[in-house]
Write a protein that binds this ligand. Sequence first.
Ligand code: PAF
Length: 280
Amino acid sequence: MQVYSKSNLIQKDILRLKNDHSIGFVPTMGALHKGHISLIKKAKETNDIVVVSIFVNPTQFDKKEDLIHYPRTLKGDLKLLEESGCDMVFTPEVSELYTDKIEAEHFNFKGLENQMEGKFREGHFDGVGTIVRKFFQIIQPHHAYFGEKDFQQLQIIRSMVKSLNLPIKIIPCEIYRESDGLAMSSRNSRLTYDQRKAAPFIYKVLKEVQANFQTKSISFLQNFVEERFKQHPILHLEYFTIADEKTLKTAIRKGSTKKYRAFIAVYAGTIRLIDNISLN
Ligand code: PAF
């Protein structure tokens, strides 16, 4: 496994290989867990070379505190990557990717960016778009892998690739969960013992919504979830919404031909957890 910190060096090696090797790319912010490894395993199934980036992108954090406390575990990450069969790792410094200013470009993701996470994390998707576009320009993969836990991010990247006509296939990867149902996330490592014990409640409620989706109205389910969290001593609901999978717009009532997903963001202390589930 080769580790790179300079974009021109990794780009040179990838361009040399690209003609007769397929390149799979898994972007990450490090603090790797089994969810990331499952993306890498999936990338290995269909690509000759798997490239992973580890970069905590400052422009996608709306809260300075969150950026400062984001877990950084490079040594352990590299060990995991080596064991998982990753071929190339890109771990640039901030100054390597933001050469002038640490600033996001502004994107128009056709309204996808204004829903859910976009409402609560100002500028977040401009930061994601900025960094993912930079990675795509440097690495130029054939396939790029994104987890469905960040479903809105996945749809936004698909929209960006389409509008920029990039020759990159975006591969969605199912949410990887702990045995108690909690969606795997680098942020889980920051939960206290009590918060970690409480956190599977999020998936439990999502499963209840899924089980009742066919027979109950959307407004009933909305109230149901709000009530379930109202009395919770540890978890605080930021938002719950049932949305159209394509437009990500909140659904008021069900249409027979559409696909819906329930999306949720919850705070455990200062730690923000998100999750989602397909409903039909
Ligand atoms: O999903 C993430 O970990 C990040 O948003 C990504 C795609 C690596 C961009 O920084």
